[in-house]
Design a protein around this ligand. Sequence first.
Ligand code: NAD
Length: 452
Amino acid sequence: MADTLTKLANSPLTGGLVRALGLPTPPALARAKEGWVAQPFVDRGVVLGAAPGGFATEAARSALSGAGARVLDAPPAQEGRGVDVVVFDATGLATPTDARALYDFFHPVVPRLARNARVLVLASLPEEAAGPAAAAVARGVEGFVRSLGKEVGRRGATANLAYVARGAEDRLAGPVRYFCGVQTTYVSGQAVRVTSTARAPASVPRVSALRGRVALVTGAARGIGAATAERLAQEGARVVLLDVPALQEALGATAARVGGEALALDVTAPDAPARLVEELKGRHGGVDVVVHNAGITRDRTLAKMTPEAWDQVLAVNLAAIVAADDALLASGALRDEGRLVYLSSISGVAGNFGQTNYAATKAALIGYVAALAPRLAPRGICANAVAPGFIETAMVAKMPLMTREVGRRLNSLSQGGLPRDVAELITFLGSPGAYGLTGNTVRACGQGLIGA
Ligand code: NAD
């Protein structure tokens, strides 16, 4: 399953050969190291630009400087010093002529971007614009950012967009830290909405964001679930790791490694919702973060699909999630200011050959978070979905070689992501600082071409 091409392309011995053969040369991607959290932007080249009339510039500036950045308004004069982080406030764009500000700002900055740089653009919500032309310009920023992501991805950089609702700019600190941080490794070309929908928490801790909180991760024995449990524990959460009884041994080992508690339970068991309430409310007093990660595939074209394959996928990937949420909400086990995160998939965004059952469930979760978000907002609970693309786990190891190799390369970074990359996004969405995001679906797909 190892990605040999990425290793060869980044080795001084073989990199030249890979290029000479005309093969894709996937960039080496940066990932967060322990201890980066407190002051993520210290010693990084951080540039903040703005179109005239923007309403989010000062909020972005204080988010960056609050995280240790010395914020410049243009790339540093000395040659050779790269730009690691760029934030541009495009909320002031109102006419097609104004859009020129995107070109004027980015044209000189892009050649100065360092490897693995991070770009975040802020735009107004199109539906809040003064008229159709202003809405068009705001929405146009998305096309700009998605294209920029494709251009800068060759150097391992990411580019993302946050639409900011008027009045929600004070919620930007968390999204700015995430989208400008090194941990955004495999999240690029995304557009999220920062709004005042959910009630704001009383306070937002900067470090150990989840200390004193209880988290549940389903499907946590391995893969994305195990990596998520580990990251949540690193942020201070008490983590309950759930997986099927057949994987009890692996589950116990993962739980021991991350310092969490194992719960061997099939999420489709008739008593699973009651067992969850008993475990989380009874033993832990409640739960703050729920990551619905357990999922299965039973791929076949629809004509060849058995009813069992349809039913199993619908049961694990959708019905069990709805039943668990209903029980956690009805029992009061899910505490105020809770965070719900659901594992969707790019198959749910774009559809996929042989995955009618799977894609139905993964698209369903996109609709589910959109409907759930306003209902839970008065309690400060946020619900978001994460849609991974090609992630190097047991699930993709089952693919035929050529399908796997194509899936791996068809994205702006020309490689698969690691479970850890998805875990970083889930951990951000699970944290108190993500209170501006609810009802969103964010892809962790290296800006995959599928469903782009
Ligand atoms: P994985 O197969 O490695 O892990 C999934 C875990 O869920 C397994 O440990 C499995 O035992 C558990 N599980 C399955 N059925 C269960 C049940 N009935 N009760 C309890 N646990 C159960 O998969 P992964 O690649 O880590 O994927 C995690 C999630 O991300 C899934 O929902 C998957 O659909 C989604 N996803 C993965 C990818 C990818 O490329 N790996 C892409 C898109 C979406």
